[in-house]
Design a protein around this ligand. Sequence first.
Ligand SMILES: Nc1ncnc2c1ncn2[C@@H]1O[C@H](COP(=O)(O)OP(=O)(O)O)[C@@H](O)[C@H]1O
Ligand SMILES: [Mg+2]
Length: 266
Amino acid sequence: MDPNAQAPIQVGSPSYSLVARDLSLWYGSFQALKNVTVDIRHGLITSLIGPSGCGKTTLLRCFNRVNERYGYVTTKGEIKIEGKNIYDPDVSLIELRKSVGMVFQRPNPLPISIYENVVFGIRIHSERTPSRSDLDDAVEKALTEVGLWKDLKDRLKGKATELQLEQQQKLCIARLLPLKPQIILMDEPCSALDVDGTRAIEELMFALKGRYTMVIVTHNMAQARRSSDECLFMLMGELIEHSRTEDLFLIPKHPKTADYIEGRYG
Ligand SMILES: Nc1ncnc2c1ncn2[C@@H]1O[C@H](COP(=O)(O)OP(=O)(O)O)[C@@H](O)[C@H]1O
Ligand SMILES: [Mg+2]
């Protein structure tokens, strides 16, 4: 394969969904992100790797401004999603979090039915009361998209928290979809799952590729290698390298990347 070839980009869409320029973040006086500049490609899977504490979660949480719920966080720099700076004063956090969905380490469905988990966002965000048939359609569509419909269609009233962990994590992805996100952020989404569950989530990410831009934090280098198109390597708050995944693991540009993937630290 031509080493200079770029990963495929969807025709008719902008190349990048998300760009950050000189992004820095402080927790009080501690600087957790240092001048991060990055372009995340549209419709692809970008993984974010680096040793524990290097700022992966912090960077991910900047992309939907969740860090700000701590009063002692200061952010500088710019993040643009589809061309709009999400730190502009006129940005609606509600709209932002609809278009940038997030999945966490431990599946966190609400302790209500499977059906109600999927429609929860629609109920909150709709101006008019949605009709029963609109909700039914949304549930079928979202659960089909994550591969749960066949297994769960006859038990939609069952409690979401009683599902297997893998199904719970898929449900947490499904409940984002009726809000039509452009970007899905996943923070170590397989860390609570076994090998089969991990494989199932990776297959689902692959199936969703193209329709959504995905950014996944993982401490599992094999997972980054298997499942992402591009890879970011961070160290102590800095973005050290951003390359196509196969290049990052085979011909890293930076000696610190080489040290990390060879297991010399982290
Ligand atoms: N809410 C917080 N308040 C203060 N410091 C934090 C907070 N969250 C993370 N940190 C610190 O910021 C650094 C980066 O953390 P984090 O983004 O969670 O790293 P990673 O996800 O790569 O393990 C760490 O030194 C961590 O202790
Ligand atoms: Mg983390």
